[in-house]
Design a protein around this ligand. Structure first.
Ligand code: UTP
Length: 408
């Protein structure tokens, strides 16, 4: 792409300021900027005005969940079905580790964060230890697919190699990278990260399956006979992965997906809420939950939208194939985006200064046809690390690990 073509593309998207420093750049930097403009899809920004008005949702109504008491009654049966599928190599695990972890405030991938107190305990290590519980029970390795992004791929791979995958068999580990997308300021204009680079960031957790395909990982996964994928977040250090009881419950009920849920600790807790949307199982993200829904009560006077998701889903591969090319909605979230100010100096903002556009894995649930919302014991399975201190932090996660007998 030459300068004229780049300018035309930018003008069409209202972003010509991205060439502001062009005259000051070296040949190499110019080439790099033009290449970035060529490959960047600015269409997400076009939805800025529409997104500002809030997401268009269908009719939201409460959904009943498979609760702990119901699960307990059929635990043995579910465990058996789940273990059998795992032993036959039908279950894979997908670790979503492409996020930027801006709230935690570290430049490294979240998984390399050390939550140990008297010894080193890295987040990746905690997750692999949990996966080992099932591998040991089933006597079979579970394929682990790790999604990274342009921002953290090399560090992630190097870290796991240096730590010998914390004992996991690396023949069963594959990596793939997610796509990136531009963000913008509150007026819909892209930020510059460098004079020769538009600020881009990972495009959310929702594109994981198409990225698995782009990297050839999905093809190999299917060839290997994997029929179910357990997708989970990097930041929950009590995450149960490929949990046989959960897998068994989804299979026994003939569903194409499952979502682990917990009882919310407060109406405004920052987790997505599971519900029905136009009669289909769906999830409303916390920042899109209206006050009306947040405070709604059921006929017994209990909160109507009581169960929240913990980013642990099971998806049937056959069904994922059908919805592979489906465009998921774009969510617009306020974020702190590092940028160059008017003088061309780098600024790391203290407060959100713009929007990022993300597709979210939770929107796949609505597309899957059927879903079991599966309750888990909150204090045993949910210790998210979003912040350094306070709610959902390293501090709160350490406390929960210790409550569960995990030495730190
Ligand atoms: P979060 O929504 O907490 O985002 O991700 P984040 O980027 O990690 O953190 P903040 O908001 O910047 O502080 C939930 C899960 O989804 C993954 C994250 O790695 C985490 O496991 N994720 C998120 C991706 O893999 N890619 C993304 O683009 C966003």
């Amino acid at each position: 792409m030459n300068f004229g073509q780049a300018l035309e593309k930018l003008k069409a998207a209202g972003q010509e300021h991205a060439l502001k420093y062009y005259d000051e750049l070296t040949d190499e930097q110019r080439e790099s900027l033009l290449a970035q403009i060529e490959e960047t899809d600015f269409s997400v920004l076009a939805s800025f005005e529409k997104n500002k008005e809030g997401a268009q949702r269908g009719k939201i109504t409460p959904l009943s969940v498979m609760q702990l008491s119901q699960i307990k009654e059929r635990k043995e049966e579910f465990d058996q079905i789940g273990l059998d599928a795992i032993k036959k190599g039908k279950v894979g695990a997908v670790l979503l580790a492409g996020g930027m972890g801006t709230r935690l405030g570290t430049d490294d991938p979240k998984g390399v964060y050390n939550i140990g107190i008297t010894k080193e305990v890295y987040i990746f290590q905690r997750l692999i230890e949990n996966l080992f519980d099932v591998v040991n029970r089933a006597g079979a390795w579970i394929p682990l697919y790790i999604m990274t992004s342009d921002k953290n791929h090399e560090t992630t791979v190097r870290f796991l190699e240096e730590h010998d995958y914390f004992g996991y068999n690396n023949e069963y580990v594959s990596f793939f990278m997610q796509e990136m997308a531009p963000g913008c300021d509150f007026n819909g204009k892209v930020y510059m990260e460098e004079k020769w680079k538009i600020s881009i960031s990972p495009n959310g957790s929702g594109g994981w399956y198409s990225s698995m395909h782009k990297w050839g990982v999905a093809e190999k996964m299917m060839k290997d006979g994997v029929e179910w994928l357990n997708v989970f977040a990097v930041d929950n250090v009590l995450q149960r992965i490929a949990d046989p009881c959960f897998v068994g419950a989804v299979l026994a009920n003939g569903c194409t997906s499952g979502a682990k849920v917990v009882r919310k600790c407060a109406p405004d807790e920052r987790i997505g809420v599971i519900c029905l949307e136009d009669g289909k199982t769906s999830i409303v993200e916390y920042y899109e939950l209206t006050d009306e829904l947040m405070n709604a009560k059921d006929e017994n006077g209990d909160p109507a939208y009581y169960f929240g998701v913990i980013l642990n889903y099971l998806f049937k591969v056959e069904e994922l194939e059908k919805i592979r090319d489906k465009n998921l909605p774009l969510h617009m979230a306020e974020k702190k985006i590092p940028y160059l100010n008017g003088k061309g100096e780098k600024v790391k903002p203290e407060v959100p200064n713009g929007y990022k556009f993300e597709q979210l894995v939770l929107d796949m649930v609505r597309e899957m046809g059927s879903c079991i919302p599966f309750e888990v014991v909150r204090n045993k399975e949910f210790a998210p690390i979003k912040n350094a201190t306070g709610i959902d932090s390293v501090e709160s996660a350490r406390k929960l690990c210790q409550e569960n007998g995990i030495e730190l």
